[in-house]
Design a protein around this ligand. Structure first.
Ligand SMILES: C[S@@+](CC[C@H](N)C(=O)[O-])C[C@H]1O[C@@H](n2cnc3c(N)ncnc32)[C@H](O)[C@@H]1O
Length: 179
């Protein structure tokens, strides 16, 4: 596949351990669809399906046209949108009519400047159910968005050492609604 290496940001698809750790963060009891950003060849998508999420509850938003074709072959009952995950407002106006249960992101966020990373997380939080989660992995041991503006709740998993490269999963949730 002739895809842009900077956009892909990884040597290999995520390993099964990391993909399962991402999928385990999704609360399937919530209403709403699950949006995956940057699914690539579908390694995290596989783990979401393995966790029991039906294909038609997923939406995959991928920029690479060759990846989109591959995903359409692999997941015929899943909605696949070719587009820019950093333009979530446009995506939501065209494709969403209800809050999402989760956003699961494999985007290489550290290839982008911090203001852009922050905007993506904030735009994503706006699309979630109040108990929903924006789930992101990184190879670095720090959150791609500083926890300094207290605009979200943040938690993380242990480091997954057996992935190439070792990775960590970050979970951003909306703040509780106050009266
Ligand atoms: C590191 S790969 C991860 C692939 C897969 N999720 C995994 O974990 O193996 C990053 C993926 O994000 C996609 N991507 C990068 N920037 C994007 C953007 N702005 N909008 C949508 N997809 C993007 C790339 O094409 C690639 O498929």
């Amino acid at each position: 596949m002739r895809e842009d290496p900077k956009r892909i940001g990884a040597l290999k698809p995520s390993g099964q351990g990391l993909a399962r750790m991402m999928a385990a963060q999704v609360d399937q009891s919530l209403d709403g669809k699950i949006l995956e950003l940057g699914p690539g060849t579908g390694s995290i998508t596989d783990a979401l399906l393995e966790a029991g999420i039906p294909q038609d509850r997923l939406i995959l938003l991928e920029m690479g046209s060759e990846f989109c074709s591959l995903l359409e072959d692999r997941f015929p009952d899943t909605k696949i949108v070719q587009g820019d995950a950093f333009d979530l407002k446009k995506f939501s106006s065209e494709h969403l009519d209800a809050p999402l249960a989760a956003i699961v992101s494999g985007l290489p966020l550290f290839n982008h400047e911090s203001a852009r990373r922050r905007q993506l997380i904030h735009d994503g939080l706006d699309l979630l159910d109040p108990e929903g989660a924006f789930i992101q992995f990184t190879y670095r041991a720090k959150s791609p968005v500083a926890y300094d503006d207290q605009a979200f709740r943040l938690s993380s998993t242990r480091r997954i050492w057996w992935n190439l490269f070792p990775a960590k999963v970050w979970i951003y949730r909306p703040l509780p609604v106050t009266e």
